[in-house]
Design a protein around this ligand. Structure first.
Ligand SMILES: NC(=O)C1=CN([C@@H]2O[C@H](COP(=O)(O)OP(=O)(O)OC[C@H]3O[C@@H](n4cnc5c(N)ncnc54)[C@H](O)[C@@H]3O)[C@@H](O)[C@H]2O)C=CC1
Ligand SMILES: CC(=O)C(=O)O
Ligand SMILES: [K+]
Ligand SMILES: [Mn+2]
Length: 353
């Protein structure tokens, strides 16, 4: 019996609704498989924890998480309780960085049965490789003076190592897909880091003569995600550009509630972390209507990471059939609850047994 030990951090808001749903799905999958088991340990680290303890996780939180095979996270953030930059840097971003989860993988594809806001969506199937450890997500800088003289200075960090690592990862991934990499840049406006990004992209591209390349400024690229998403395969972007693009990728699928993500530790020193693209959705929390598909598809990415691709495929097939047959939460135009969609996924998995 293979056992996967998973640290589960539901976090804030709808994280507490969709993580239990996806855990349930994983448990059913394990039963179907027969030869593996998931051992979940829950960690109650969220903004309430912060109010009680003065930090988002205990001082030895990272040490506690380190031995796990993976971290399964929902969302972090409740700005009524804690400023967003404090809560995110204290938990989500801290784990991404300290555990060297340097790559954030975020696929988006067309689902039949889910209405895309695009008028005539073609069958798109793309994946964004987001640099996940540096870039514009930075705490370097400061604020000086007050009132009308106040100044905020924010520095970005682009190391050759980090930039090259993300770009190379994208090329390697493209070799297994449709051999096309698009680089997200903004070297017309961002004076230092983006020309540097472009140079590294061109350098790495030389090692992959059989992969087609394209470089687009992020503003145009954002528009192309709307006007011609079917023409993309792998897109590589900095931390912020990847963040923005993947909310668009999610939106053209029909909702940010569908989109999954994997924060990958590529050197094997620490666990990887799996969390959907969306946040804690304070506007719908507590109503039982959060779309669980993003978290469930995220579970599929975790299965792939564990080398259980076959099981992951079974899960994604079921998800596609559930959506196609109209089991939809309100964000994608339906009336089903989180529980109804999850139960349908589970029922169809059980029917396969
Ligand atoms: N990785 C993470 O943990 C992230 C955390 N956040 C945090 O989440 C909080 C809210 O941020 P927002 O900018 O509002 O982004 P958000 O992704 O939480 O919500 C944006 C919109 O999408 C909807 N939505 C999101 N997930 C959904 C789901 N599963 N089902 C149905 N509808 C869904 C929400 O209802 C809202 O209308 C903030 O504290 C923010 O910092 C935001 C993004 C990522
Ligand atoms: C924080 C956030 O929006 C993200 O990392 O996707
Ligand atoms: K999330
Ligand atoms: Mn985001």
């Amino acid at each position: 019996m293979k056992v996967f030990n998973i640290a589960s951090i539901p976090g804030d808001g709808i994280g507490k609704e969709v993580v239990p749903a996806a855990k349930h799905v994983l448990e059913v999958l394990a039963e179907i498989h027969g030869g593996l088991r998931f051992e979940f340990t829950d960690f109650p680290w969220d903004c309430h924890y912060y109010l009680e303890n003065g930090s988002m996780m205990p001082e030895d939180g990272l040490e506690t998480l380190k031995p796990y095979d993976a971290i399964f996270l929902g969302a972090v953030g409740n700005k009524k309780l804690v400023p967003d930059h404090i809560s995110l840097w204290g938990l989500l971003i801290k784990i991404r960085r300290e555990f060297e989860q340097v790559i954030n993988l975020r696929p988006a594809k067309m689902f039949h049965g889910v209405k895309s806001p695009l008028a005539n969506p073609k069958d798109f199937d793309l994946i964004v490789v987001r640099e996940n450890s540096e870039g514009e997500y930075s705490s370097i800088g400061g604020r000086i003076y007050q009132g009308e003289d106040e100044i905020a200075i924010q520095n970005g960090v682009f190391s050759r190592k980090g930039t090259e690592r993300a770009i190379r990862f994208a090329f390697e991934l493209a070799k297994k897909r449709n051999r096309h990499v698009t680089s997200a840049t903004k070297s017309n406006g961002i004076y230092h880091s983006m020309p540097f990004w472009d140079e590294v992209f061109e350098d790495v591209a030389k090692d992959y003569p059989n992969v087609k390349t394209e470089s687009q400024h992020i503003d145009a690229l954002a528009a192309f995600f709307v006007t011609r998403p079917e023409q993309f395969d792998v897109i590589v972007g900095s931390n912020l550009f990847g963040d923005i693009l993947t909310d668009i990728g999610a939106a053209i699928m029909g909702s940010v509630g569908i989109a999954p993500a994997a924060n990958i530790n590529v050197n094997g020193k620490y666990p990887s972390m799996f969390e959907p693209v969306h946040g804690s959705a304070p506007d719908i929390v507590g109503q039982g209507i959060a779309n669980p598909i993003g978290q469930i598809w995220t579970a599929k990415m975790m299965l792939d990471h564990f080398g259980e691709e076959e099981l992951g495929e079974v899960l994604l097939d079921v998800v596609e059939s559930v959506l196609k047959d109209g089991f939809l939460t309100p964000d994608v135009g339906g009336q089903s609850t989180t529980k109804e969609v999850t139960d349908e996924v589970i029922a169809r998995l059980q029917a396969k047994q």
